[in-house]
Design a protein around this ligand. Structure first.
Ligand SMILES: C[S@@+](CC[C@H](N)C(=O)[O-])C[C@H]1O[C@@H](n2cnc3c(N)ncnc32)[C@H](O)[C@@H]1O
Length: 231
């Protein structure tokens, strides 16, 4: 059975659309960026990575090529169908309880900015409970100007345009963001909810889940390495 769309989320364009409005075909076309470099530099070689919200495996496949083992989790079976070479698990991140631990748990793609505070708590707790002793959680946050300087546009060298059209308040502390992805032969749009978090709010959210920042991995503080609080 196909999962329902999440409230406040919408996607348009060819092919399957996930409950959070992501287009499977768009993510299949999107090239991987510097994510594998950032991740490889922060974790031990050959680590077993639990990747939460893996999508079609854009980053998964690059990590497998670098010798990591990856278990890929996503709530969309349409996305997971495209993952090759990794074990896949179809589940909402917030409900995941595998009874196993991993060297690294990855929560990328701004999932930590979920509008629903309780849902965010459950996601971060899921990260913490799947972590082996001595392991780490890698989180990708939004950049500082993500919700300002709009509309903003980036032309990808591979020939498509990403446009963040608008990000406006819809309820207490939550924005509705609209993105467009324009290729010569197709256009996809996504409307989604995001709760911007200051550095302080982000660190407090980690603390609630028994985690703390070990270090920010990139100068813009988008990528974070977190560890259990008592370490
Ligand atoms: C923006 S896409 C990014 C996919 C992949 N991380 C990438 O960078 O190519 C977000 C993915 O997270 C999944 N997702 C969003 N919320 C989720 C949740 N609560 N539980 C499981 N998967 C979720 C979506 O189905 C989608 O595949």
């Amino acid at each position: 059975m196909r999962p329902e769309m999440r409230e406040g989320y919408e996607g348009t364009g060819p092919g399957a659309i996930t409950p959070d409005g992501c287009a499977v075909e768009f993510y299949s076309r999107l090239p991987v960026g510097d994510e594998p470099d950032v991740i490889s530099a922060a974790v031990p070689a050959g680590a077993h990575i639990l990747e939460l919200g893996s999508g079609v495996g854009r980053v998964t496949h690059a990590l497998l090529e670098r010798g990591f083992t990856v278990t890929a989790v996503d709530e969309s079976a349409d996305m997971l169908e495209r993952v090759r070479g990794a074990r896949t698990i179809c589940s909402p991140v917030e409900d995941l309880d595998l009874g196993e631990t991993f060297d690294v748990v990855m929560l990328a793609s701004f999932l930590v900015h979920n509008a629903d505070i309780e849902l965010r708590r459950r996601m971060l707790r899921a990260c913490a409970r799947h972590l082996v002793k001595g392991g780490c959680v890698l989180i990708q946050r939004e950049g500082e100007n993500y919700h300002s300087d709009l509309p903003r546009e980036r032309i990808d060298p591979s020939g498509f345009t990403v446009r963040i059209v608008s990000a406006g308040p819809v309820q207490n502390g939550v924005h509705s963001v609209r993105a467009e992805y324009e290729f010569p032969d197709a256009v996809w749009t996504q409307t989604f909810r995001s709760r911007p978090l200051t550095k302080h709010q982000f660190e407090e959210a980690l603390k609630e889940a028994g985690l703390r920042v070990d270090r920010y991995l990139t100068e813009d503080r988008i990528w974070v390495r977190a560890v259990p609080g008592e370490e």
